[in-house]
Ligand binder design. Structure first.
Ligand code: ADP
Ligand code: ZN
Length: 759
């Protein structure tokens, strides 16, 4: 049963057990049923009602799974016909379904997926339905509209505003915009667009709404694969051809051609006439990737992510449901699109943390993707150079197949890796580039090659301290220090985004001119590098330094073309981009991720370091990656350098097994938050005391304890952690446990099954 945690939505009015969903509604994968006029149907809406409501089928009847509008009190809300009505009411008094929407009904597989994903993540069904209908305007009828695309005409007089409009059109590769969308994204008035229409540089067309995407040709442009790639592609193709569920871990070193290989599986799926979904970390959703898809299949796929307009989002949602989109490339939420006949899901960089949604509904797109594939009889491909321990363990256990690419494509070889022992480098406390690393950078510059210095910290300095009184400037609303961003001339809280100007005087002792930065961020590192190498062209790649995707793209292309000698970057450079001239990667602080108590600290550091190192030597010239560390003998650093990945995973797996933590045990994180600290303390204590339902399944409760970040956005936060055996029925136990308590509306309870972070 799904969605019994009424409390998680902050709605006090509904309680556990109400409106339970009948499992047989979701469990039946056969064709949708049909209900005749007047028959009672159960409708699941996007409103917090604790279950379905009965309505009478409208004139002409209604199909099971149909999207409908129903009256709810004085309002009209969207819902889905979930199954036969529960009955028990006077039929004559049932309100009627108001309208059946002109979109494809939700299939039985999708309904089962939402039900089971809701049950797993302890999410109310109305919230699951909201995730599945994130496309505005579904209820508006189709019609004609004016759209804007690139035109043929010349622009006699180019202005910055006009250039932005043309840039947006070019960047979105022929997708159409409404006037409002185009003007807004380009940051111009609609008059500018109209002016360009007059010149013919932008064409204005009358288009039917929501047209299908161009057909993709699976035989269009496949590359000749090398032997290892061909074997891997054959294995993936065979999986798709079986038309049955199966998950394969596609493990391949960076640059080995994983993308080329999984595009072959996509080709097989397209040839079958089924749909494919490729998920990428948001940051890797670049035009570069879409260009590769176009080169392979002759046309661009449907896109689903933050960067696409509302118009295109609705088109994508509808076409996926109708079968007018055969391939979707998207971010994690694309998993909730209403695919009609899904044959393949690919999750690229499957270890990436961005596949876990941490706010609102907490879910892992990787784990829920496997669930969806199993329901749809589809294949799942998890691709990575550094898989998550979860996926590695599943492959070890034989639950996933494993396919490997062991060498880089062509002549490129994997970079050599070394550490620099910072204890003997004798650096002053305000310097971060060791003499050894300086020498390596200089040698690259002399050869006309590029160096990347990696530091996973945005801004100028992570801490600003008063040298008169020792005060550290903190966010007024969070238990977090303000980070100086010198480029933007402000202090910023990385928890809530609060910004303020850098003060002249200390906010605590009011002495002037004594505030000083402590520690490095990329901006400060750039300052040091410019001093060390005054003749070098230095580029800083940090997500906060670019106003638009276009500006970032231009910077990346510039670097790839050789416009910089030294690149300084945060996590965003670790994946996706290909810099052929880059032969040296220097990690400024390899110890950074090893501090703290995160159970995945070793795994995450291992993955990030190997990923960053993989940026070096992607073309002919061999690469070198060096890690600056104060503890080069640390087992994780040693494992990163040795390159013996299997040994690292085995050791890490043993430790987790011994500790009974994921992937060998199960955790559920609970965060209580409230503006009043007494609320969360009292509730936390009560929950720890009354944990019988958890003890009944052999689970333990830890806490309550103040969360590592004890206050965010002026809410106090307390954590509890439930630890259970992998096979224990933890969802039902947690549900029964939470149902024992009442709490004020201002208290929020976030339940996170399989938490990834513990802030
Ligand atoms: P990965 O995803 O494993 O990092 P990619 O698929 O991005 O690797 O491949 C790395 C580079 O090598 C890309 O530029 C890709 O186009 C190229 N490449 C890989 N395999 C082939 C092939 N069989 N023929 C031509 N180019 C290839
Ligand atoms: Zn804050």
């Amino acid at each position: 049963m799904g969605g019994l945690l009424g409390q998680t939505c902050g709605c006090a009015s509904h309680t556990a057990g109400q409106g339970a969903l009948k499992p047989e509604n979701g469990g039946d994968v056969s064709a949708n049923g049909h209900f005749n006029e007047g028959e009672p149907v159960a409708v699941l809406t996007t409103q917090p009602l604790g279950g379905t409501l009965d309505y009478a089928a409208p004139v002409g009847g209604v199909a099971e799974g149909a999207f409908v509008v129903v009256p709810l009190g004085p309002r009209r809300v969207m819902g889905v016909v979930w199954g036969p009505g529960e009955g028990g009411f006077d039929r004559a008094k049932l309100r009627r379904v108001g309208e059946v929407l002109d979109v494809a009904p939700m299939g039985a597989g999708m309904r089962e997926f939402l039900t089971r994903a809701g049950a797993y993540t302890l999410t109310d069904m109305h919230q699951m339905l909201r995730m599945a209908t994130r496309a505005p305007g579904l209820a508006t009828p189709p019609g004609m509209r004016k759209v804007y695309r690139p035109g043929q005409g010349e622009v006699d007089r180019m202005t910055p505003a006009r250039e932005r409009v043309l840039g947006v059109l070019e960047e979105h590769g022929g997708l159409s915009f409404t006037l409002g969308e185009l003007a807004e994204i380009a940051g111009v008035s609609s008059g500018v667009v109209k002016g360009l229409v007059k010149l013919g540089a932008v064409s204005e067309e009358l288009a039917p709404r929501d047209v299908p995407y161009p057909a993709l040709d699976p035989g269009h442009g496949g590359k000749a694969l090398n032997e290892e790639q061909a074997a891997a592609a054959a294995a993936l193709r065979a999986g798709v051809a079986s038309r049955e569920y199966g998950t394969t871990l596609l493990k391949g070193v960076t640059g080995s051609g994983k993308t080329e290989v999984y595009l072959e599986a996509v080709a097989e799926c397209l040839a079958q006439g089924r749909q494919a979904l490729v998920l990428l970390p948001e940051i890797a959703l670049t035009q570069e990737f879409l260009g590769r898809v176009e080169a392979r299949f002759g046309a661009r796929p449907a896109e689903w992510h933050h960067g696409v307009t509302v118009t295109e989002r609705r088109r994508c949602w509808k076409m996926v449901g109708e079968g007018g989109a055969s391939l979707v490339v998207g971010a994690r939420s694309a998993l909730f699109l209403p695919f009609r006949e899904l044959g393949l899901i690919v999750i690229d960089e499957e270890h990436d943390g961005s596949y876990k949604q941490e706010d609102g509904v907490t879910y892992s797109a990787r784990d829920m993707g496997v669930l969806r594939a199993s329901i749809e009889g589809a294949q799942m491909v998890l691709a990575s150079a550094t898989p998550s321990l979860e996926s590695w363990a599943n492959a070890e256990a034989g639950k996933y197949a494993r396919v490997e690419l062991t060498s880089r494509f062509g002549t490129a070889v994997l970079p050599e890796m070394r550490s620099i022992d910072m204890r003997v480098e004798g650096l002053p406390a305000t310097r971060w580039v060791s003499p050894t690393l300086q020498g390596l950078v200089r040698a690259r510059m002399e050869k006309g090659e590029q160096a990347l210095l990696f530091l996973n910290r945005r801004g100028y300095a992570p801490v600003t301290i008063c040298r008169a009184c020792g005060h550290q400037v903190a966010c007024p609303d969070c238990d977090a220090r303000m980070v100086e961003h010198r480029f933007l001339k402000q202090l910023m809280c990385h928890q809530c985004g609060h910004t303020e100007p850098v003060p002249e005087a200390c906010p605590s002792c009011e002495v002037e001119g004594k505030l000083a930065p402590v520690g490095p961020g990329v901006e400060r590192l750039a300052e040091e590098v410019k001093e060390l190498f005054p003749e070098a062209r230095v580029a800083v790649l940090s997500s906060d330094l670019f106003g638009s995707a276009r500006a970032l793209k231009a910077a990346v292309e510039g670097i790839a073309g050789g416009a910089a000698d030294i690149v300084i970057g945060t996590q965003m450079v670790a994946k996706g981009h290909n810099f052929p001239l880059l032969t040296l990667v220097g990690v400024i602080d390899a110890d950074l991720g090893l501090q703290g108590s995160d159970l995945r600290a070793a795994e995450k550091t291992f993955q990030l370091m190997r990923q960053v190192a993989g940026r070096a030597g992607r073309a002919e010239a061999p690469g070198l990656a060096v890690l600056q560390s104060y503890q080069p003998e640390h087992p994780v650093i040693r494992a990163i350098l040795s390159g013996d990945e299997e040994a690292f995973w085995r050791a890490e797996a043993e430790e987790r097994k011994a500790a009974g933590v994921p992937p060998y045990g199960r955790l559920v994180g609970i965060v209580l938050s409230s503006p009043e600290i007494e609320d969360v303390n009292a509730l936390g204590m009560a929950m720890a005391r009354r944990a019988e339902p958890l003890r009944a399944i052999g689970a333990q409760v830890f806490g309550p304890a103040p969360a590592p970040i004890a206050r965010i956005r002026a809410r106090h936060r307390v954590r509890l952690l439930v630890k259970a055996e992998k096979s224990a029925p933890v969802q039902s136990a947690v549900t029964a446990w939470l149902a024992q308590f009442d709490w004020p509306n201002r208290v929020r309870v976030q339940v996170d099954v399989d938490p990834l972070s513990f802030f």
